[in-house]
Design a protein around this ligand. Structure first.
Ligand code: G3P
Length: 217
């Protein structure tokens, strides 16, 4: 399972990278705005800054919603850095763009996916990653994890190579549940990854080991 961090905050990206388990970064226009990154040139520079911190894939989202615009922006983003994956929304022209990028060897992440049918379409169009937003489904009393399970079943039935990138992860149990269901990737806040570290018996056990060592030395 790959671990991506879902933020545009460079300090958090550095922290996650230093932990040694980071495989990539996902961003979106809201996360960029949260960090105060505005204006096309600043946004493009920020993507390059992120690529220079991490070794893996960095999703950069297009703003255009028409085919011509998505292609123009996507090609510009892909040209920025070899680690860039073009993030395309699950809309009609987005599907066409996924196919176009796939044929040109440009890697994509199909975002804003909320149903198994949308995920099937993204795979058919050749998306590299599909991003089902499980937290936002949970927010409206739908079962986000069930969507991950349904997409896993469909992709395995036909050996689709599109990777399931479980997105809108909110906490550590989401990470563990997605791992059980066979999601290829998770993306969430740093806290959702750091939560995997924690167990009180680890702390108690270490304290005892260190105390016993001190007794004999
Ligand atoms: O990458 C998609 C993800 O950022 C959405 O997360 O927490 O805004 O639902 P959230």
């Amino acid at each position: 399972m790959k671990f991506f961090i879902d933020t545009a905050n460079l300090d958090q990206i550095r922290d996650a990278q230093e932990l040694g388990v980071l495989d990539g970064v996902t961003t979106n226009p809201s996360l960029m705005a949260k960090e105060g990154i505005t204006g096309r040139n600043n946004i493009l520079k920020h993507y390059v800054d992120i690529c220079n911190i991490v070794d893996g894939d960095v999703s950069a989202e297009v703003i255009a919603t028409d085919l011509k615009g998505i292609i123009k922006e996507g090609e510009e983003l892909a040209d920025l850095h070899e680690q860039i994956v073009v993030k395309v929304p699950m809309i009609r022209d987005g599907v066409k763009a996924l196919k176009y990028f796939s044929d040109k060897g440009i890697r994509t992440n199909c975002t804003l996916v909320f149903s198994p049918g949308q995920a099937l379409l993204a795979a058919k169009a050749g998306a590299t990653y599909v991003s089902p937003f499980l937290g936002r489904l949970d927010d409206i009393s739908s079962d986000g994890l069930n969507l991950i399970a349904e997409i896993r079943l469909i992709y395995d039935n036909y050996d689709f190579e599109t990777q399931i990138l479980a997105a809108s992860i909110r906490h550590t149990m989401h990470v563990i549940d997605c791992a059980k269901l066979g999601a290829d990737v998770m993306t969430g806040p740093l806290s959702s990854i750091e939560g995997l570290l924690k167990h009180p018996l680890t702390d108690i056990g270490l304290e005892k080991f260190l105390a016993d060592y001190k007794k004999g030395n």
